[in-house]
Design a protein around this ligand. Structure first.
Ligand SMILES: Cc1cc2nc3c(=O)[nH]c(=O)nc-3n(C[C@H](O)[C@H](O)[C@H](O)COP(=O)(O)O)c2cc1C
Length: 120
């Protein structure tokens, strides 16, 4: 399966990064195609709630930042893995931003499964 892992910890060698790497290695060994992206090191703004994507944008987000690189990967993903540290009892802001920015597509078209890798 086509697996996309979004890693949302700013610590490149931290616990979340380690879990994401291990998941990637095991999934590749099992024959899956895996893409791992550290979204904490990308420039991804929060959703503006402008509704452009649901109107004039016809599915496109008005904000042109690093999310543009992620949209094609998310559109192809059959499995989406969200890897994040817990910050104040919830997901890190770095992983929340790309989740909210999927408001344009709501449900990614090929997505069959999701998984969470959480570090606390
Ligand atoms: C801003 C901040 C808030 C945190 N809040 C929580 C929390 O609510 N609950 C918890 O168990 N750990 C909390 N932690 C600890 C991290 O979740 C924990 O150290 C995690 O393993 C960090 O992952 P990383 O190594 O990938 O950065 C917090 C850490 C930070 C920096």
């Amino acid at each position: 399966m086509q697996i996309l892992i979004l890693q949302g910890s700013p610590r490149a060698k931290g616990n979340t990064a380690w879990m994401a790497e291990e998941f990637k290695n095991a999934a590749e060994a099992a024959g899956h195609q895996v893409t791992l992206v550290n979204v904490a090191h990308k420039h991804i703004a929060g959703c503006l709630a402008c509704e452009y994507c649901h109107g004039k944008g016809n599915g496109a987000c008005i904000q042109k930042d690093d999310m543009q690189e992620l949209y094609p990967l998310i559109a192809e993903a059959e499995v989406l893995v969200l890897a994040a540290p817990i910050y104040y009892f919830t997901l890190s802001a770095q992983i929340q931003a790309p989740i909210h920015r999927c408001y344009n597509m709501m449900t990614p078209p090929k997505l069959k499964k999701m998984a969470l890798l959480l570090s606390s």
